[in-house]
Design a protein around this ligand. Structure first.
Ligand SMILES: C[S@@+](CC[C@H](N)C(=O)[O-])C[C@H]1O[C@@H](n2cnc3c(N)ncnc32)[C@H](O)[C@@H]1O
Length: 287
């Protein structure tokens, strides 16, 4: 769909606009200092179906790139012994990528039946159901016992939280489920006013189908800033070390990985690994 002639024409048009216009998407006029929450935390059924259709297609690389980053951060060997919980997992693609990369067990969590059914069907089709679990609950009350997971991860979902207090509730719940000595990692977009952020966001939008730009921009005004994440992480009960950093471009890409990235028609996916996204990391103290 994205490779259609129409799409290429749209890209070329936005490229021409960029050359003529120093602020082609009007980013400098947006107030990224003030957070504007999304319309709702949860999707309607139609929105969930549209999300699945738009995000879970075979050539998509964003969850694969994040799974790769996780394997680099913890080591492939350690990953093979890890129980992972993916919070607000949506179509469940990150969990499948982590499973394929060797994670011992992945639990997918979401509050939405349509998302979880899709995730289960896909895991069944890949014959990995035996190494996966599924749990439906509101994010602040995940129906699982304390201290279960070596890694609790959440990808591009925390920006859905309606307030900073809701982010705090969600992160506290994720940390409750993290084992002592285990890790919590949130990968999401961020809200920022730095020149690096604006430049990277402009680049991302330049490689976004123009009709999607007005749908994507509110994600960035709804996203939490590094400072807001820091305020939450430093007060998590039982936190030993924590950090909030910009996301970085994938490293050590083999020619095969580069080809895989180039096959994804949504070029913006790889551009998400830049200062438009953040990584909030916390380790839970050993008991
Ligand atoms: C933007 S999607 C991201 C999904 C997935 N992590 C990805 O990267 O494609 C956000 C997901 O969070 C879930 N979600 C949002 N608010 C939630 C809540 N309060 N409780 C449980 N799930 C929630 C939605 O159902 C949706 O599947």
């Amino acid at each position: 769909m994205y490779e259609s002639e129409g799409y290429m024409r749209e890209i070329m048009r936005s490229d021409m606009l960029r050359q003529k216009n120093v602020d082609p998407f009007g980013l400098r006029a947006l107030d990224f200092r003030t957070r504007v929450p999304e319309r709702a935390e949860m999707f309607t059924r139609d929105e969930a179906l549209t999300y699945i259709q738009g995000c879970d297609y075979p050539a998509s690389v964003d969850d694969w790139l994040l799974a790769r980053e996780v394997a680099n951060r913890f080591g492939k060997r350690k990953l093979r012994s890890m129980h992972v919980l993916d919070v607000m997992s949506g179509p469940g693609r990150l969990g499948r990528e982590l499973s394929k990369m060797g994670a011992k067990f992945v639990m997918e969590h979401d509050g939405d039946d349509t998302m979880l059914q899709h995730a289960r069907q896909k895991a069944h089709a890949r014959s990995i159901l035996g190494r996966m679990g599924f749990v439906k609950s509101p994010v602040e009350r995940i129906a699982l016992p304390d201290n279960q997971f070596d890694l609790v991860i959440s990808h591009n979902s925390t920006h859905q939280m309606s307030s900073l207090e809701r982010l705090r509730e969600a992160m506290t719940e994720m940390f409750r489920l993290t084992k002592p000595g285990g890790s919590l990692l949130v990968a999401d977009y961020q809200r920022n006013t730095s020149p690096e952020f604006l430049t990277a966001l402009e680049e991302r939008l330049r490689f976004t189908k123009p009709s999607i730009v007005p749908l994507l921009l509110p994600t960035f005004t709804a996203a939490f800033s590094k400072k807001e994440f820091s305020d939450v992480l430093r007060h998590l009960p039982g936190v030993s070390v924590w950090s909030v950093t910009d996301a970085e471009p994938p490293r050590n890409l083999s020619p095969w990985s580069k080809r895989r990235i180039n096959r994804d028609p949504v070029k913006g996916h790889v551009l998400d690994f830049s200062p438009i996204s953040l990584r909030a990391f916390a380790r839970k103290e050993e008991t």
